[in-house]
Design a protein around this ligand. Structure first.
Ligand code: PMP
Length: 448
């Protein structure tokens, strides 16, 4: 009895010390354990702390009207450059018709249940076959959301003996997949192949001991910088190391490569990608995603990807809608040509006017400026209110302090006149920024 009490006392002390250390680590000064919700109110998180700045203006803005280059924001028309509707499929008449007809025929529920249990149909199979063939892979598995899909696929592929090596700028869904991994993981600086080689050496030492394997993860096109993952560079390391490669090509699918099959096709290395992933959230302008690769591995994933086994299957209107979108993506290369006409005009226009747009090789166009978070907010408000241009503003902590990125996403639907209006607006606001206008002229109060 006494021994049990002593052990309990010891455990309680340990738990208290551990809790204090943890709270100190997070910089929160609390004397005793408080209600977990109260703790959340003390520190609303890096983005949540801006929640009350001009409510609904910067955070959770509401763009209204049909998805198009010109939409309404707070009742005023704005030129919209923030939607990944690269090929203009969101509002394509054939797509809208297919979506509406499928919803009328099937409703939003059918089929009910997870795919494995009761949620399968011939059309789900057909969509997988068509997607797999399009990205030149033997087999393909539909995923009900990209985020959960890739995260859970990573979880399914590796066990604690394996090592994951991934690019530092990987999307949050990849990072979360890596966080589920119980074994070692190493990160390499963005596209740094020399450093990747070093990480692979470390990984190799570990798997030599554990008997596991190595999974390398990168992206086809990176959504912030717009540059491509150096897939060729990664693959060149196969001469020295044995590893499998998973590529998230969310922004490359439909926008680059000769047929629109993405970054692997663009770099001539599609065959060397072991697992190819993309979401329907961008070029396909819908919901859902897929992962494609060799038949046996995809078959394994069907039975082991928890986010799919334990979640409802993609509803029929989304499946029929995706079949229509894929048909248009394949049969209308002019959509991609129209997109690139706008991309080239926009990116050349920015460069010719002395803007820094980094090293983008895709439609994603980041305009990099220097200024505080407060200046960024004032500039964005000026752009929206006085120049009618709406784009995403990326600030600290997503980018380093002092950097502002205005991210422009062109689509096939934009016109050359839209490009001209935008460049001219940017020339004006950049001059104001450089002249200190947004420091003095506080259109909005924004504290860092
Ligand atoms: N990967 C990348 C690179 C993304 O940009 C996104 C966001 N669309 C996802 C995965 C997640 O996809 P989804 O929106 O389908 O959940």
């Amino acid at each position: 009895m006494i021994n049990t009490i002593r052990i309990q006392f010891f455990i309680n002390s340990f738990v208290r010390i551990f809790a204090t250390v943890k709270r100190r680590r997070f910089g929160i000064k609390i004397d005793k354990i408080v209600d977990i919700f109260k703790k959340l109110m003390l520190d609303r998180g890096p983005l949540g702390k801006h929640a009350n700045v001009e409510e609904g203006y910067f955070m959770f803005p509401k763009l209204e009207g049909e998805i198009a280059p010109r939409m309404k924001f707070r009742g005023k028309e704005v030129l919209t450059w923030s939607l990944n509707n690269y090929l203009g499929l969101a509002n394509h008449p054939e797509v809208r018709k297919a979506d509406a007809e499928a919803a009328a025929e099937w409703g939003l529920a059918y089929p009910m249940g997870a795919r494995m249990m009761s949620g399968n149909t011939v059309l789900h199979d057909q969509l997988e076959e068509e997607l797999g063939a399009f990205v030149q892979k033997e087999a393909c598995m539909l995923l009900n959301y990209g985020y959960q899909g890739i995260m859970s696929a990573i979880d399914a592929i590796v066990d604690r003996r394996d090592v994951i090596v991934y690019d530092a700028e990987s999307h949050a869904s990849i990072v979360d997949g890596v966080r589920l991994h119980m074994g070692k993981r190493f990160v390499f600086p963005h596209n740094n192949i020399e450093n990747l080689e070093k990480q692979l050496e470390r990984a190799q030492k570990i798997v030599d001991e554990t008997g596991g394997g190595i999974l390398v993860i990168t992206e086809g096109v990176f959504g912030m910088s717009g540059n491509m993952g150096d897939l060729k560079g990664v693959i060149s390391l196969r001469k020295k190391f044995d590893f499998r490669l998973l590529v998230d090509d969310a922004h490359g699918f439909g926008t680059i490569g000769e047929t629109g099959a993405g970054a692997g096709e663009a770099q001539g290395v599609q065959d060397d990608i072991d697992l190819y992933f993309s979401t329907f959230a961008k070029s396909m302008a819908s919901i859902g995603a897929f992962i494609a690769g060799n038949k046996d591995v995809i078959e394994y994933l069907r039975f082991n990807t928890r986010s799919q086994i334990f979640a409802k299957s993609v509803p029929m209107p989304l499946v029929k809608g995706a079949l229509k979108r894929l048909e248009l993506l394949k049969s209308k290369p002019e959509l991609r040509e129209d997109l690139w006409k706008i991309v080239n005009a926009l990116q050349n226009g920015f460069r010719d006017n002395g803007f820094n747009i980094g090293s983008t090789e895709s439609p994603v166009t980041p305009v990099v400026l220097n200024g505080t978070v407060g200046e960024a907010a004032n500039l964005a408000m000026d752009l929206r209110e006085n120049y009618g241009v709406f784009c995403s503003v990326v600030i600290y902590p997503v980018v380093p302090r002092g950097t502002i990125i205005l991210r422009i996403i062109p689509t096939s639907e934009h016109s050359l006149a839209d490009v001209e209006q935008t460049i001219s607006a940017f020339v004006n606001v950049k001059k104001k920024l450089d002249d200190g206008y947004y420091k003095e002229q506080k259109l909005v109060e924004f504290t860092e």
